[in-house]
Write a protein that binds this ligand. Structure first.
Ligand code: NAD
Ligand code: UDP
Length: 338
């Protein structure tokens, strides 16, 4: 099977390409390198021993996408490409709607033209808004509180309407919880540009000395230690969830929706402790005000993915933090510019 991986040079996409190659699936990467570096390709090749096809392009370029789908005889698409920073999306909403919503519409139109009818889309637990209870199942109501989340919800809705009109397609919406961790080789990991928005990259940059102190956004939530609780999932488990989706429903007509999470919640302070234990480094922190728009707790009920895809997350919090530290300590400044 040959799969076009949009955004395949990014954090989750690169790990997914490695797992695909291990499963005998051939990825063809399509990425404009807006938020990733050329060095990622070399690292994937180093870890897997495979050469990869990489097309540098923008998902809003329909002609290039159509040509790529046809010339590579693509069977299915995994669509990671997009912008993902919540705060930035509030400042630049049009860029988010253009890249994430318009980009996906262009991609689907190119797939139609090329006759490719299998799509796996990177959605997010953010589509559940502030859930009324936890754990969250796929039938919970959806809502959005910022342009990034709204763009994910809009894409889900567009794809649902598209599927009504084109029931012979297979469309899978994967709602990720909180991806963390790195490839166990230490060669690939999360490399945010500028100040990290997410907890784990911030914690690991403090541990490696790039930043002085973590700000913990609030300790007065109704949670056991007062800090926010999330469902952190190892990026390699998340990557394997895509393989399971491709193999189990990628050829089945239908609109399929799955949570990809562990089913366990961990607090900010628990994550800091786990990281300190894995790295042997202290992570100084100060408690500051809550971050606008944050929710108290969010974790998945991942049982549908287990029942229908035979997939569940296998890696522990210790794996997540140990692998993150291996990546961060081997690559304190992230990927090199080449
Ligand atoms: P990332 O930024 O590391 O990777 C995205 C990749 O897409 C980058 O390599 C970037 O260069 C590329 N890209 C962006 N716009 C593009 C465009 N117009 N054309 C071509 N390429 C483009 O992000 P990630 O963490 O790997 O996330 C992948 C997907 O998963 C995104 O859609 C994101 O919204 C979604 N997601 C991520 C998280 C998370 O916490 N990382 C959680 C839920 C959902
Ligand atoms: N968080 C924090 N300090 C940071 C970044 C995040 O305390 O510098 C907290 C945040 O308030 C939330 C948790 O860590 O409770 C996870 O945040 P992240 O941005 O990684 O994921 P999301 O909010 O999207 O679930």
């Amino acid at each position: 099977m040959k799969v076009l991986v949009t955004g395949g040079m990014g954090y989750i996409g690169s790990h997914t390409c490695i797992q695909m190659l291990g499963a005998g699936i051939t990825p063809v990467i399509f990425d404009n390198l807006y938020n990733s570096k050329q060095a990622v390709l070399q690292r994937i090749e180093k870890v897997t021993g495979h050469r990869l096809d990489f097309v540098k392009g923008d998902i809003r370029d329909k002609a290039l996408l159509t040509k790529t789908l046809k010339t590579h005889a693509i069977d299915a698409v995994i669509h990671f490409a997009g912008l993902k920073a919540v705060g930035e999306s509030v400042e630049k909403p049009l860029e988010y709607y253009d890249n994430n919503v318009n980009g996906t519409l262009v991609l689907v139109a190119a797939m139609q033209e090329a006759g490719v009818k299998s799509l796996v889309f990177s959605s997010s637990a953010t589509v559940y808004g502030d859930p009324a209870s936890v754990p969250i199942t796929e039938d919970f109501p959806t809502s959005a509180t910022n342009p990034y989340g709204r763009s994910k919800l809009m894409v889900e809705e567009c794809l649902t309407d598209f599927h009504h009109a084109n029931p012979d397609w297979s469309i899978t919406l994967l709602r990720y919880f909180n991806p963390v961790g790195s490839h166990p080789s230490g060669e690939l990991g999360e490399d945010p540009q500028g100040i990290p928005n997410n907890l784990m990259p911030f914690v690991s940059q403090v541990a490696v000395g790039r930043r002085d102190c973590l700000s913990v956004f609030g300790n007065d939530y109704p949670t056991p230690d007062g800090t926010g609780v999330r469902d952190y999932i190892h990026v390699v488990d998340l990557a394997d969830g895509h393989i399971a989706a491709l193999e189990n429903v990628g050829a089945k007509m239908g609109l399929h929706i799955y949570n990809l999470g562990t089913g366990n919640g961990s607090s900010v302070l628990e994550m800091v402790k786990a990281f300190e234990a894995a790295s042997g480094k202290q992570v100084p922190y100060q408690v500051v005000a809550r971050r606008a728009g944050d929710i108290a707790e969010c974790w998945a009920d991942p049982s549908k993915a287990m029942q229908e895809l035979g997939w569940k997350a296998l890696r522990s919090l210790d794996d997540m933090t140990t692998d993150t530290w291996r990546w961060q300590s081997n690559n304190p400044q992230g990927y090199p510019d080449i």
